[in-house]
Design a protein around this ligand. Structure first.
Ligand SMILES: Cc1cc2nc3c(=O)[nH]c(=O)nc-3n(C[C@H](O)[C@H](O)[C@H](O)COP(=O)(O)O)c2cc1C
Length: 495
């Protein structure tokens, strides 16, 4: 059987300093402290395109984390997940120096306005010639809520109900406000846009109401490629309805296999082709020409890792102040309140409670500082490629979101070492499916610029009767809670 082909995305944020690895900016070779320059991003885009990387995926959030020790001091001092630029203006510059690599930008349905967001992504889709995606998030942190003028985070499940309503507004604006043949530009008649083919959208939902046309005419993809990340019960129900691709933080093959199989089954139950949802678990590999070289890279990174910043990051993701626990005593977070948390962080923590015994804050801090709770194989290029192959065949993922520890060292190792090995194994394309094409074409195949017919959003196309909102309660029941699975020692859990 032909090996399964995978795609690779680079996982980034625009925070100046560390993102998935804390403390590496202190080394001479690391460029993370230049993440406030345009050159950093244009160089990264060119590098990604050289390796035929599918997309650069920008995680993003508001506020920063003030949980560890009750302040942001530890994160600021460590230069970790702070000094956080807005990715949107940056992406235009990256698109200008590339032709095929795509860009996924995160935005929150809990804080943005759907009309404004629709215009932003329509703009980005025009300027990138269809190379953009929206990573839909609902936001979890109280710090973000406070920064944006709210006293508290909207309750977990309600955020997803709100997101559902938000999506209907954006589909209406992207898919049905302008007819496909509304742009005329007829020099003899003097008609630019056929006004009879551009309609005003009205929406009266539980959370959002609006009346107006999409301010921007149809872009190559109309609706950007839709990514999503939450895997709680309501998050997963939202994902199988709206997402075309999922960014996973799963720490073991067994955990990912279950999440992916459940989501594909739920997608099929909705009438979607289960293979049409693409799964991209995050992975943070340490790759060497030999195993010894990889181990040396790992040890070098460990020497500079900042475990306190790692714990600060964990506190930010979970809302738990990790400074309150003794460093070397096992921690039990099973009773922790998860209402203001990225719930899958707990699942990843449980699934990776492994081989090396229960987590202590010290070990957790080091693990977080060296790539987080994601798999982080350390090995020769063949060994790391074996891990990728196992995830692709066993867990049935479609690609990987690779985060860097050393910057740009980890990206360069991916391009110079790993991708050629995956190509040799027939697991990676020699060129983009559609060079210069839209992101959706490179995910699904030539010609598929718009939403697939089996996607919920396609029912909003011009000329179709716009669907009534679905009853969200019923959907939630259709997805099982993500299971807590035993750990499997397929990937070295270091730290
Ligand atoms: C892998 C992963 C990546 C995420 N990335 C972001 C992000 O970049 N920005 C953000 O605001 N939220 C992010 N989230 C948070 C989710 O969008 C969601 O708001 C949160 O996880 C709560 O939903 P859940 O309980 O379904 O996970 C991420 C979640 C996961 C699991």
């Amino acid at each position: 059987m032909a090996p399964k082909k995978v795609q690779i995305c680079f996982l980034e944020t625009c925070c100046t300093g560390g993102y998935m690895a804390a403390g590496q900016w202190k080394t001479d070779e690391d460029v993370s402290s230049t993440k406030d320059t345009l050159e950093y991003y244009t160089d990264l885009a060119k590098l990604a395109e050289k390796g035929k990387v599918s997309a650069i995926f920008f995680a993003d959030w508001y506020g920063g984390f003030e949980i560890y020790g009750g302040s942001m001091d530890a994160m600021l001092q460590a230069g970790h997940q702070v000094a956080h630029l807005d990715p949107l203006p940056i992406v235009s510059a990256m698109a200008a120096v590339t032709k095929s690599v795509s860009f996924a930008v995160t935005m929150s349905t809990s804080y943005e306005n759907p009309y404004v967001l629709a215009r932003l992504y329509s703009t980005l889709d025009h300027l990138t010639k269809g190379r953009c995606a929206w990573n839909i998030v609902t936001s979890w942190s109280k710090c973000a809520a406070n920064a944006l003028g709210q006293e508290n985070v909207i309750p977990h499940d309600e955020r997803y109900d709100m997101a559902d309503d938000f999506m209907d507004v954006t589909y209406k604006l992207w898919e049905s406000s302008w007819a496909p043949d509304s742009a005329v530009w007829n020099k003899s008649t003097g008609v630019a846009f056929d006004a009879s083919k551009i309609k005003k959208i009205t929406h009266k939902g539980k959370y959002f109401s609006m009346a107006g046309r999409n301010q921007v005419h149809p872009s190559p993809q109309r609706t950007p490629v839709l990514f999503q990340a939450g895997t709680s019960k309501s998050g997963a129900a939202f994902a199988v309805k709206h997402a075309e691709a999922l960014f996973l933080n799963t720490s073991t093959v067994a955990q990912a296999k279950k999440v992916i199989a459940d989501a594909r089954a739920a997608a099929a139950a909705r009438g979607r082709d289960p293979k049409s949802i693409k799964f991209f678990p995050c992975i943070v590999p340490f790759i060497g020409r030999t195993e010894e070289e990889a181990k040396a890279k790992y040890e070098h990174a460990k020497k500079h890792a900042d475990p306190v910043a790692g714990l600060g990051q964990f506190s930010g993701y979970t809302g738990i102040d990790m400074s309150q626990y003794p460093l070397d005593e096992p921690i039990d977070l099973s009773k922790a309140n998860q209402a203001m948390a990225i719930q899958s962080v707990f699942r990843a923590l449980e699934a990776s409670e492994s081989a090396s015994g229960p987590w202590t804050p010290r070990r957790l801090g080091i693990k977080m500082a060296l790539g987080g709770l994601h798999p982080s194989p350390v090995g020769s290029v063949q060994q790391v490629a074996d891990v990728f192959e196992e995830w692709a065949t066993e867990a049935d993922c479609d690609g990987f979101n690779i985060a860097s520890v050393t910057n740009p060292g980890s990206w360069k190792d991916t391009i110079d070492l790993l991708i050629p090995e995956l190509q040799k194994r027939g697991m990676y394309w020699d060129d983009y499916e559609v060079p210069g094409g839209a992101f959706r074409e490179n995910l699904y195949g030539a010609g598929q610029k718009g939403l697939r017919d089996d996607h919920y959003g396609s029912a909003f196309r011009w000329g179709m009767e716009i669907p009534e909102p679905e009853v969200v309660e019923e959907e939630k029941g259709s997805m099982p809670e993500p299971a807590v699975l035993p750990a499997r020692a397929t990937v070295a859990a270091h730290g």
